[in-house]
Write a protein that binds this ligand. Structure first.
Ligand code: CP
Length: 323
């Protein structure tokens, strides 16, 4: 198996085998969390550095770290020396010398990793950048899909449609790279103004509901619309592309609904979908902790010169680490 990337910028940084390994460890950790006092990661600290708002990604990384015995803190952008004009790289170097073992970053800059990854001293996970990638979200979605159908093999041939604002969605752009490895039939449904036609696109949501196993409703990315087509210019967006429980039940009672969150309630989805058995959004959030714990563990196991592997092999319930 190829080495786990020191900087995980993109889904393309992982091989399908590594993705399977990440998913597999997520489930093991969920079933058998490391007891805090005997964690192989004792005395390890990671840091989250978020230049954009976040509830799900930031706090699930922090929670994920805690679950496997790692200390996690959030780097306060406004009160850090960034505000005194020190560069981000200098801040990373300081955090590295202070003994932090890894970082998670979110930035609005689609090109952020191009240069930064050449010099970054710390193992780094992408918590979402620009409109380009949100790889950990796509991976936790895949874990949710896999657990819903009972295994990766069961996903082969299943149909998933991404509905809405695919153009500005980093989640969708990561999924385009991810789901092709696992045999899913991927399409989109949305206004032409927000569509790149990377996969077949349709306009008729009722037909899409009938035809698909999974409807992935995307957040309308209002913060990325300045100077482009805004929601108000699309007229009857909600009538065309919004999903309610009655609309779903009229067309396909077997369909499941995903959303990365946060939901614009009443735009992409109605509350009665969120409260229904069709909605997988709460599972996505629950699995996110374990998926991110697995990613941190994979990365530290590879890039920290530590006793971890040996230590784990002595445990009765040993984990299968990638070579
Ligand atoms: N799905 C997602 O990235 O949500 P947050 O912006 O709350 O992290």
């Amino acid at each position: 198996m190829t080495i786990f990337p020191k900087v995980m910028e993109s889904i393309d940084d992982l091989s399908p085998k590594q993705i399977e390994s990440v998913l597999s460890l997520s489930v093991k950790l969920k079933n058998h969390p490391f007891p805090a006092k005997s964690s192989p990661f004792q005395n390890t600290s990671i840091v989250t550095i978020f230049f954009e708002n976040s509830t799900r990604t930031k706090y699930s990384f922090i929670q994920a770290a805690w679950k496997i015995g790692i200390n996690a803190i959030d780097f306060p952008i406004e009160s850090s020396s960034l505000a005194k004009g020190e560069s981000l790289l200098e801040n990373f170097e300081t955090l590295y010398h202070q003994g932090f073992s890894a970082a998670v970053i979110r930035t609005s800059d689609s090109d952020f990793f191009k240069e930064f990854k050449k010099y970054c001293p710390l193992p780094l996970l992408n918590g979402g950048n620009g409109m380009v990638e949100h790889p950990t979200q796509a991976l936790l979605d895949l874990l949710t899909l896999e657990q819903t159908v009972g295994g990766l093999d069961q996903l082969k041939g299943k149909k998933i449609c991404f509905v809405g604002d695919t153009l500005h969605s980093r989640v969708f752009h990561s999924h385009i790279k991810l789901l092709k490895h696992f045999g899913l039939d991927v399409s989109t449904c949305g206004p032409k103004e927000w569509t790149e036609n990377l996969v077949p696109n349709q306009n008729d949501l009722d037909q899409v509901i009938k035809d698909n196993d999974f409807l992935y409703m995307l957040r309308v990315q209002k913060e990325r619309h300045a100077g482009k087509t805004e929601l108000s210019q699309l007229g009857n967006y909600v009538d065309q592309f919004g999903l309610s429980k009655s609309r779903l039940e009229k067309n396909n009672k077997n369909a499941k609904v995903l959303h990365p969150g946060p939901v614009n309630i009443g735009t992409e989805l109605t509350q009665d979908i969120i409260d229904s058995e069709y909605y997988l959004g709460h599972h996505q959030v629950q699995y996110s902790t374990w998926l991110r714990a697995s990613l941190i563990a994979h990365q530290l196991n590879t890039h920290e010169d530590r006793y971890l592997l040996e230590n784990l092999k002595t445990k009765e319930d040993s984990y299968e680490w990638p070579e």
